[in-house]
Design a protein around this ligand. Sequence first.
Ligand code: ATP
Ligand code: MG
Length: 893
Amino acid sequence: MKELSSAEIRQMFLDFFASKDHLVVPPKSLIPDNDPSLLWINSGVATLKKYFDGSVVPPKPRLTNAQKAIRTNDIENVGKTARHHTLFEMMGNFSIGDYFKEEVIPWAWELLTSPEWYGLDKEKLYVTVYPKDQESRKIWEEKTDLPAGHVYEVEDNFWDIGEGPSGPDSEIFYDRGEAFADLPADDPEMYPGGENERYLEIWNIVFSQFNHLPGLTDNSTYPELPHKNIDTGMGLERLVSVFQNGRTNFDTDLFLPIIHETEKLANGYHYDETKDTTENISFKVIADHIRAISFAIADGAKPSNEGRGYVIRRLLRRAVLHGQKLGIQGDFLTKLVPAVIGTLDSYYPELKENQTTIEKTILAEEKRFNKTLKAGLSLLDEVIAEAKEKGQKGISGADAFKLSDTYGFPIELTEEQAEEAGLSVDLPAYEEALQAQRDRARAARSNDHAMGVQNAALTDLQVPSTYVGWTDKAVLGAKVVAVLVHDENGVAQLTNEAHAGQTAWLVFDKTPFYAEMGGQVADFGTVKDQQDNILAEVTDVQNGPNGQHIHTVQVLADVQVDQVVDLAIDLDRNRAVSLNHTATHMLDQALRNIIGGDVHQAGSLVEPEYLRFDFNHEGPVDQATLNQIQDQVNEQIAKNLPITWQEMSIDEAKKVGAVAVFDDKYGDTVRVVSIGDYNQEFDGGTHAESTAELGVFKIVSESGIGAGIRRIEALTSIPAITRFEAEEQTLAAVAANLKVPNLLAVKDRVEEVQADLKAANQQIEALQSQLAALQAGELFAKPEEFGDLTAVVAQVKVENAQGLRQMADVWRDKAASNVLVLAAAIGEKVNLLVAADKTANAAGVKAGDVVKAIAPTVGGGGGGRPDLAQAGGKDQAKIQEALDQAKAILAQK
Ligand code: ATP
Ligand code: MG
């Protein structure tokens, strides 16, 4: 076996596919770009979806990458299996409508076995195929020298995640040898593809061959895709364990440095590479989680109570608790960050670049958790004490869930502590509460991998088309270069002509129409012939997969390919949108200046009527800060800053500090828009020419839209002024009602009115209790006698239950009788109150018992202490009956 480091293994993969004419794509952020269906990038292909669904044509049809990925569903496996991590690297090669099975299988074989490349022992390799995919089986058997008998057919090998591309796959296994067998040789799971540790799955090749159309359920009826794709994924850590002969993925140069650093902190515990121990699990979990946490923070995620932030929080807490198992005292996780960086720096420079942020964030969160642990422990003590007091055998699932969910107190700890106190935990109820929460979280996200359905005509469309709208708002003499109309199945097809009454897609050699992108909505407008007759109205424009602007038009008179036409956009709409787009950049800048550097855009919408800007931030932005932001934007508007743009190389753009989402889809040059020296941003949209055109900027709302994301909506120009006026008019109406001379006096006057109202309410309360006393005085003057006891039994008029209690207070002060029984009709309901003094109690009359006995008569229930008890009821007609019943009870005693 070759001696290769993890860095060499990764590089060799990329070099191999580069030698097969693949474009090497750098790793992307773990935070999905513009993809709300995914919480984390969880595979290599997840970053390339836009190419796979045909919405963008890739710079090259053959791509390769090594991509960091997070799979939270494998969290419980970490440290227990040899091969699962939360964060791992997936190496892949991809074909977008280019090569297929015939090429990909022999290449995989060449990379794995050729002495020039990985040079693995052929005898150790096994593959699985889908039983109906005999084509792949044949290629493995005939186009490679895979030993006979090393192909297994596995029913599961069909990749299908709902509507969209789907297809069979072929998995490659490495036989780690008998020493690794965790099951007897005759166990039904002991084969390549079974759940065992001997045959290690290293690589999965997915043949994206079919189109799972809506309504189809049987995969043998799926039609073939117009463009077939290949998507593969090989786990780097698993391959490294093979080369470095590690018992598990952890016994490699990717993890051992982190584990050894942890050993230095552990209180006498050691990691044993030769066998499984419980301590080993803790070392592995810590090493795994610190990698995931470091990467996630480097990519801009932060610990919080929701979504991604919650994953980081959970991983960190698990790591801390495993640290405690190793006897590690105090905060320790930051001390492992340098080791993480050391193992991965050569390929992921973002770790080193963000080291300070990573360490600061981890330390703050670790301190917070240690506090939480203390608080949780004392809360748990209370729960345990209460359970014992009530004579319960265990802690309820609801309490256990509350401890874990609200206080972040791990369930294992709850169990341990409870056990020490001789109590159990209602785990099924806990699990149920947990599952309910998971379901809620899942429902909040849509289908995990959803992809759109390709349109072959658009994917194949190669005609050049240039956007000139940055400088020209109209084009005279443009040529129609493509016409598409939808066929009877709703699929757009190329044609020569669109007819009056049809909805069609048109492409022109030059166009002033902006296609919806980066949040900015499309331009609308008209297509005219050379005699100034309107041929079509443009109602939408989208970017085609090859970058052409695809105009959706309502055809008024026939339009043909090659026809020469005049194009004009709706200037008012474009201008309003442009002003709002400039305002969006200014708002972004003001947010970063005022709230801080960490704030970044999470989405935006630029419409003619308003703009909407989403950004990451925990908790609401307060009014004072919003005012500051609005003021800053307005100051920059008043400076009348010029807005200019420039095309430059990506490197230059980074140098001048332009804010950007750099992505391979933009090619080598980017457009940078500058607003004076206030803001520079990478952007393809249209803008005002100078800030003064915006007139004025007004924020109209700030709200949370989930998982640490806030949304600001704002206006510019006339709509902003209209809004200011509407608010002013509302205030003027209030001023008129309050009869104050000017608007600024409204606030003081409202405060006066509120103070008056408060005083009036207090007076009402005082009067009510006087009234109660008066009523009581009469009532208490002549108690009835029941043997040795005296009692007042009566129906009274009060406003609420509070009124009854006030009367009982008076009764007690006056010691008016031994027993008091009151009933009142309040609204639709009945309220009962019974009070009894010590003498009555001694004679066996308890308030609680009396109420319990008479409440059912008025259709209610209740109880209470011996001295005071209350109950509610529904049946007002039975009040007298209940009172008579009370008298009868008293008479008996
Ligand atoms: P397994 O069944 O072992 O969990 P999988 O079927 O989920 O693997 P795929 O989704 O096909 O794996 O991913 C492709 C490759 O990525 C796998 O062959 C494996 O090498 C690697 N891989 C998948 N999940 C993990 C993980 N949690 N940790 C490390 N490597 C992984
Ligand atoms: Mg898996």
